[in-house]
Design a protein around this ligand. Sequence first.
Ligand code: FPP
Length: 251
Amino acid sequence: MLKIFQKNRSVKKMAQEIDMSNLPKHVGIIMDGNGRWAKSKGLPRIAGHRAGAQTLKKISQFAGDLGIPYMTAYAFSTENWKRSKEEVDALMDLLLEYLRDKDELAGNNVVIRVIGDRSRLSDEINKEIDEIEEYTRGRDGMVLYLAINYGGRPEIVAAVNRLCKKVQDGILEPGAVTEEMLSAEIYTPEAPDADLIIRPSGELRLSNFLLWQSAYSEFWFSDINWPDFSTKDFTQAILDYQNRNRRFGGR
Ligand code: FPP
């Protein structure tokens, strides 16, 4: 019995049903519903994001203990700059706080990598990203990609531009680009495509998340706001995933 299940009997019971040989290798999470969670409690929006960060810590450590090798968490999209300056600043401060306190998210042997366009992030945040990536490099636990100033379309455009440069440099023939080459140029080259994408809070859309990596993803939606998302919900998502019939276009 995995030690992560010892505390919670109902999770333990559910976990006995998990087929450990068929775990998703890459889980994407759209951490939605923080604002609504805060509003329902009469709290400022940032209190929802703060609670959401704690949920990320709990779920990523649970997923890592379970043996899931890659997880991507959508922390800040390329569109989130449209929010009020107050909320953007508060989110950046929260990210900075979690990046600085290295073991907060990266406890239990987690490897942290940040994906997205870092050019718009402050020098302070960029420095902490470099440090936490260096601090967790070489570990053999789950890789947690934090998607910050991330968009799926900008990710694909950046990959295409890198391939164009190779053509310009004469390393690659025009017309010779393959899917494998593009997969090697996106932000998550070492991870397999996302097997499972989880979006809580009742919204049923992808919102520019992992567009390239989600070609054959299974989706799991629920009405729970992210701060209330539990290890039991995560276990349920895994069980539901394992009951899907994945054909990848075949029969
Ligand atoms: C979407 O909920 C959530 C975000 C835009 C931010 C998610 C960020 C965190 C959970 C913090 C991550 C922290 C670390 C340390 C990586 P929403 O604000 O759109 O919620 P709403 O739709 O209910 O308003």
